[in-house]
Design a protein around this ligand. Structure first.
Ligand SMILES: [Mg+2]
Length: 252
């Protein structure tokens, strides 16, 4: 068994912004009984709690669970009944303003986002360690999000525009419609490294599971670490992997 198994959240453990299924919760609970598990995603902590943690059954070994919100810019561990922050690479408000200005300019100049038109909730969200641009708004329906940029073209254009103007930050593609910006060097690879360090395990003894490990995908940064990787097509695929892991039959 791997000493640590890290999962992306949206598209890997759950559908975008949806809670994990009860079957997934049961499998994660079995995995938590066997090894350490981490969840790493662009969302903020409350999103992790509502989408995953509160869905786990009573008695799940939360002492084995680690949460890395905002793409690894922060790490939380369970301690005495509460989620305790281990670190957070916070962006200052001044930095957040500069990032927001670049996001608005990118939307206008690429012609991809018209900020004068209403959408589903806020388009730009400051999450402490990260600022996120969601082209269709934070609460856009899943089918509209999936249809917006199936080839990554729009997100790549937005990412490139912003990255050229903000070289002092890390700019990456987030979810189906989003761009995530963190402090320079802070990404999923940073989160994986920090957690392995804290747990005193070798990166090569960890497994990273994600649905966007391909070029330009939001799990791609993990290849900068020595951690093993396993690509999945969605939550169903992830459940099959966990089943094989807990059964001790995986060939990874
Ligand atoms: Mg994903």
């Amino acid at each position: 068994m791997y000493k640590l198994i890290l999962f992306d959240l949206d598209g890997t453990l759950a559908e975008s912004k949806q809670p994990i299924t009860s079957e997934m919760a049961t499998l994660l609970t079995r995995l938590l009984a066997a090894t350490r598990v981490a969840i790493i995603s662009g969302g903020a902590l409350p999103q992790f709690l509502s989408q995953a943690v509160t869905e786990l059954p009573h008695g799940a070994n939360l002492a084995h669970l680690y949460l890395l919100p905002t793409s690894g810019a922060a790490l939380y561990a369970y301690d005495n009944g509460d989620w305790k922050k281990i670190y957070e690479e916070r962006l200052s408000e001044k930095e957040a303003y500069a990032i927001e200005a670049a996001m608005r300019a990118a939307g206008a100049e690429t012609g991809l986002i018209d900020f004068s038109k209403p959408v589903y909730g806020e388009r730009i969200e400051y999450r402490g360690g990260q600022v996120t641009l969601s082209a269709l708004g934070q609460r856009a329906p899943l089918d509209e999000k999936k249809a917006w940029d199936p080839t990554h073209t729009k997100r790549s254009a937005l990412r490139k525009y912003i990255a050229e103007r903000l070289p002092e930050f890390s700019v990456s593609i987030g979810g189906a419609t989003s761009i995530d910006i963190t402090k320079h060097g802070v990404d999923k690879a940073y989160g994986v490294r920090k957690l392995c360090e804290r747990l005193g395990i070798r990166e090569s003894d960890a497994l990273y599971v994600g649905d966007e490990l391909g070029a330009g995908g939001n799990d791609e940064a993990v290849f900068k670490t020595a951690s093993q990787t396993h690509a999945v097509s969605g939550p169903e695929d992830t459940m099959r992997l966990i089943e094989s892991l807990v059964a001790g039959t995986t060939k990874d």
